[in-house]
Write a protein of this length. Structure first.
Length: 156
């Protein structure tokens, strides 16, 4: 049954990325799994996050889909290299653009410089984009069962 879950995430990633690529926008993607969480989590949960930067670089739209995750408590972008836990710099729940939870999409909205927190608070959105391009930004989805993170993925 696990291969079916993986396949559904792959299809979702393809559809989300294809939609972004078709518009010619700058896009970033993260594949989320329990194995990337720190410490690793044995879970069937998987997900994908797709980010699209506006032409003027002032808005970062996002869409996140996860399967087999229950009781989500937090969805955040954090800064740190793969294999370690870092500081939260943006919440993907309750951003200024709002986030929408619904069937098939666990979070959708947009981020601006006003949404940056922690070490990026008060900085332009380009500081987050620089972190993504440097490979030190990741998405983590926390649950009641796994507060440090149920699934995680570096943003590429």
């Amino acid at each position: 049954m696990a291969p079916l879950r993986v396949s559904s995430v792959v299809v979702v990633v393809f559809v989300l990325v294809f939609g972004v690529v078709a518009t010619g926008a700058q896009a970033y993607v993260a594949h989320l799994s329990g194995g990337q969480a720190v410490p690793p989590v044995n879970t069937y949960a998987q997900g994908a996050a797709v980010f699209e930067l506006s032409a003027d670089g002032s808005v970062l739209s996002y869409r996140l889909v996860v399967n087999d995750v229950f009781n989500i408590t937090r969805i955040q972008i954090r800064l740190c290299v793969n294999g370690d836990n870092g500081y939260p710099v943006a919440s993907l729940l309750g951003a200024s653009g709002g986030s929408e939870m619904g069937a098939g999409v666990n979070a959708r909205g947009f981020l601006t410089a006003a949404d940056l927190q922690g070490p990026l608070a008060g900085q332009p959105l380009s500081a987050l984009i620089d972190s993504i391009q440097s490979g030190i930004a990741y998405v983590t989805v926390s649950t009641a069962a796994n507060p440090p993170g149920e699934v995680r993925g570096q943003i590429r």
